[in-house]
Design a protein around this ligand. Structure first.
Ligand SMILES: NC(=O)c1ccc[n+]([C@@H]2O[C@H](COP(=O)([O-])OP(=O)(O)OC[C@H]3O[C@@H](n4cnc5c(N)ncnc54)[C@H](OP(=O)(O)O)[C@@H]3O)[C@@H](O)[C@H]2O)c1
Length: 318
């Protein structure tokens, strides 16, 4: 797989001074984001992930006047305007008419209803489309955008993860071969604002991205839960064990954010014959590597099943 996973193009983080390692790669991300400084970025959907990406763009200085969000929820619209200063509307056609880059941040099952009223506007404006919807392939997105009969619209797929909410996300991106480098760079800029990005050159691998980085935070949380339980079994008060485990997860994450050499990081904290080595030997003997491989395989398979189950269209609203 590694030969098809090409670039860890940029890495960035929330500028919040309280988060260790927060400045890692922030300048690189700022430089990447400069590629879209003149663009109006439209969003369909201002929910959790839409808002996370909008906040990340704002943190990196994208002008509020150049962000327009189509979102049916009045409360969400108000909160976006109040908290992030961006413009919002309940009319998606207004968004499609203004956007140079259109980020699709609605649920996969809402995509057909969101896009079908926009087809004429998209055909004349031809924005760069960046979809973060799980499981919807580029070919299907192009159909939904209405470009089936003419020249297909430029569509890039991205799969961010939850830490994007803190600007500490990890996103996989895929663009079909006909997308020029300039459009790739602009799509990358949107996601790089919210964390590191990695391009893959086979759309099939999107399910593997989901299995590694999309679902990945839950694996580390589960491991930290088990660590806290194990600490309690060794006599630590439950609350102390939980806080130690959570802080250790955060600290180790910050170290990994600064240096992606995971084996090197592990070796640096493992003395021969010491306590850490004893624990790691037990984990290896218990089949850690095989278990993780099986877990990621299960997640990849489930991603494929879910993608096939996305309904074509449930016309809810335009
Ligand atoms: N959350 C994650 O961790 C994550 C990670 C990777 C990818 N994604 C992808 O990101 C997308 C959004 O997920 P989310 O978690 O942000 O969902 P969400 O919080 O439900 O946000 C989606 C928003 O889109 C709105 N919406 C529905 N129909 C619309 C339409 N026609 N036009 C404009 N907005 C519309 C929804 O309003 P209503 O609630 O009123 O319907 C909702 O506010 C999904 O495709 C998901 O696969 C999410």
């Amino acid at each position: 797989m590694t030969d098809r996973m090409t670039t860890a193009a940029s890495q960035t983080a929330s500028p919040a001074p309280s988060s260790p390692g927060a400045a890692v790669g922030a300048e690189a991300a700022d430089a990447t984001i400069a590629a879209i400084r003149a663009d109006t970025v439209g969003f369909l959907g201002g929910g959790h992930m839409g808002r996370a990406l909008i906040a990340a763009l704002r943190r990196h200085g994208h002008p509020a006047a150049q962000i327009l969000v189509g979102e049916p929820g009045a409360d969400l619209r108000l909160a976006l305007e109040r908290d992030l200063g961006v413009r919002t509307t309940a009319d998606n056609i207004e968004v499609a008419a203004a956007a140079d880059i259109l980020v699709l941040a609605v649920k996969p099952q809402d995509m057909a209803a969101a896009l079908s009223p926009l087809q004429a506007t998209l055909a004349s404006r031809r924005p760069l489309i960046v979809s973060i919807a799980a499981g919807l392939p580029v070919a299907r997105l192009r159909e939904l955008c209405g470009a089936g009969a003419g020249t297909a619209l430029p569509v890039v797929r991205a799969m961010p993860n939850r830490p994007a909410l803190l600007g500490r996300g990890a996103s996989g991106l895929y663009a079909p071969p006909d997308i020029p480098p300039e459009a790739r760079a602009r799509a990358e800029a949107v996601l790089a604002a919210a964390g590191m990005v990695a391009w893959i050159d086979s759309e099939m691998l999107m399910d593997a991205v989901t299995a590694v980085s999309g679902s990945g935070p839950a694996y580390f949380f589960r491991l930290a839960e088990a660590l806290a339980d194990a600490g309690r079994a060794q006599g630590l008060p439950a609350e102390v064990a939980a806080r130690l485990a959570a802080a250790t997860l955060a600290g180790a994450g910050a170290m990994a954010a600064a240096d992606a050499d995971l084996a090197g990081l592990r070796a640096a904290v493992t003395s021969r014959g010491g306590t850490t080595a004893a624990a790691l030997t037990t984990l290896e003997a218990g089949g850690l590597e095989r278990l993780v491989a099986e877990a990621v395989e299960s997640a990849t398979r489930r991603g494929r099943e879910l993608a096939q189950a996305v309904p074509d269209s449930t016309v809810k609203r335009g």
